[in-house]
Design a protein around this ligand. Structure first.
Ligand code: ZN
Length: 198
């Protein structure tokens, strides 16, 4: 009997991706306290989840997560006609409105789902979050960067953003304190740290 080559067998490869098992023999036991279930992930994507700031996980790179999945958030309250933004990081808008209720989602494009409402909400990215992350060199204060940054803001795509900051799963990371730009080191399978290119 000839067995299939499991390194090239799509059902197994798919299972390995779901388990975030990058190498053979590597897997992490599912822990519902720390890992999003399939149902939670689909709810985040399709309707969003109501949260308060303290329920979000602040990752060392200053992006936001629920359990092991990155999220974007926007305020639940909305004044008609007012321009509203979604946030991808722990900017001062979030930290100054801790009492506010927020909707966290993994939806990758505006308009965003608003819980059970049939009406979605059109939002643009928060420039302060992009400044905080230095996303692609974003800066609205450095003269030589302003025009470029305005373009970046106008054409910002979450799907592109999540190529730099993967949505799921978030790998355990730690901040190297003291470095000028926060260098994110990720544990590889041996528990050693390796520098991630940004
Ligand atoms: Zn923000």
């Amino acid at each position: 009997m000839k067995l299939p080559d499991f390194n090239d067998f799509e059902p197994i490869l798919d299972l390995r991706r779901q388990m975030a098992a990058k190498k053979q023999g590597h897997f992490e036991l599912f822990d519902p306290e720390r890992h999003l279930t399939g149902e939670e992930r689909s709810r985040l994507e399709n309707s969003g989840r109501l949260v308060q700031i303290h329920q979000l996980r602040l990752l060392p790179d200053r992006t936001l997560a629920i359990k092991n999945g990155r999220v974007v958030v926007f305020a639940q309250a909305h004044t008609k006609g007012a321009k509203q933004h979604f946030h991808v990081a722990n900017c001062s808008v979030l930290t100054s409105s801790v009492e506010e209720q927020w909707i966290a989602t993994t939806c990758q494009s505006s308009p965003f789902p608003v819980l059970n409402s049939h009406k979605r909400r059109s939002l643009s990215v928060c420039s302060e979050c992009l400044t905080l992350l230095g996303y692609k060199g974003f800066s609205l204060t450095r003269n030589r960067r302003i025009r470029y940054s305005e373009q970046l803001l106008r054409h910002f795509e979450l799907a592109e953003f999540f190529k730099t900051y993967p949505l799921y799963p978030v790998i355990n990371a730690q901040l190297i304190i003291g470095s000028k730009e926060p260098a994110i080191m990720e544990s590889n399978n041996n528990g050693r740290l390796s520098r991630r290119r940004r």
